[in-house]
Design a protein around this ligand. Structure first.
Ligand SMILES: [Zn+2]
Length: 161
């Protein structure tokens, strides 16, 4: 079953996101800053902001959607987090010093509890277990195991990233 029954910009989004080593690279127009652009038929969205809205809901007024990875063209929801404009600037400065991805370590074999809501959304959106595994950097068997053993969180509300 799919969440999205209409052909709309959300479907366009999933046709245009190409998964490479955990990042969803935008296979469409880009701004000069490297951000993906998605035309909805009425307006143009940043692809990473469109992704955030699809997976986590509306972006609060004035907030930025920042990247944990250093890839402005990436729209993997698990690589995105909300930040204030100041957070965004600090994050960029910090990444410039350390060049280390925030949060995820390399070569992990587990899906963290905080990733579960995103995992369930991706599954509900129709992604295969293999693709979901690529998103989280784990084997498809790990995804299958998590989907079997997961208990749904009581609420989707909360802060992300
Ligand atoms: Zn990424």
């Amino acid at each position: 079953m799919r969440i999205y029954t209409k052909r709309d910009w959300r479907e366009t989004f999933f046709r245009r996101a190409v998964i490479v080593e955990g990042c969803w690279l935008w296979d469409g127009a880009h701004t000069t800053n490297g951000y993906g652009e998605l035309f909805t038929g009425k307006r143009t969205l940043y692809a990473h902001r469109a992704s955030y809205e699809i997976h986590f809901g509306p972006i609060p007024e004035g907030m930025h959607v920042c990247h944990k990875c250093d890839n402005p063209g990436c729209c993997n929801p698990t690589h995105l987090f909300l930040g204030t404009p100041a957070d965004n600037a600090n994050d960029k400065a910090r990444k410039g010093r350390t060049n280390a991805p925030r949060g995820n370590g390399n070569g992990r074999s587990k899906i963290r509890d905080e990733d579960l809501p995103a995992l369930l959304r991706l599954r509900a959106a129709g992604l295969s277990q293999r693709l979901i595994g690529e998103v989280f950097g784990v084997k498809k068997q790990t995804v299958a195991y998590r989907l079997r053993t997961v208990s749904l969180p009581s609420s989707d509300e909360g802060t992300w990233g």
